[in-house]
Design a protein around this ligand. Structure first.
Ligand code: HEM
Length: 128
């Protein structure tokens, strides 16, 4: 676990700087019991231990995702904006950049790659 400054380095004129704590997925994976349960949703780490028996969708579904990336199941349910707002209370840090995997954005990224390749191809064929 490492704590670094989220933005800026001189600390002048930028308001309050929030330090971000980064967690490795290996560490998140250890928090997989009802006594200590963390989840990853969209690259952010949540300690939902105290939320477990308050979840309107029940404990069971959360325990199934314990210590893992629950982004997809969280989205599949179509949680309300209230539910998204609630996430903030349980936020403890971000997934370490080395452990971040492309998720919903990956389709867009691969489309961009294809487009770039096509453009490059066209340039290659044009007479110079
Ligand atoms: C910390 C993360 C989560 C929070 C804050 C949260 C919050 C909520 C809230 C407030 C509701 C009530 C309905 C709504 O307002 O959308 C709900 C329902 C539900 N949630 Fe979650 N949830 C979380 C994670 C999850 C995950 C990871 C799953 C799936 C594995 C899940 C599955 C469900 C289900 C099945 C319902 C019931 C939906 C229904 O009966 O219509 N939730 N959740």
């Amino acid at each position: 676990m490492a704590t670094v400054e989220a933005s800026g380095s001189d600390g002048k004129g930028q308001g309050v700087e929030t330090p971000v704590t980064y967690y490795r997925l290996e560490e998140v994976a250890k928090r997989n019991s009802s006594k200590d349960i963390w989840l990853v949703i969209h690259g952010r780490v949540y300690d939902i231990t105290r939320f477990l028996n308050e979840h309107p969708g029940g404990e069971e579904v959360l325990l199934e995702q314990a210590g893992a990336d629950a982004s997809e199941s969280f989205e599949d349910v179509g949680h309300s904006s209230d539910a998204r707002e609630m996430l903030k209370q349980y936020y403890i840090g971000d997934v370490h950049p080395n452990d971040l995997k492309p998720e919903s954005g990956s389709k867009v990224r691969s489309l961009r790659k294809i487009t770039r390749a096509k453009v490059a191809g066209r340039i290659g064929f044009s007479p110079s």
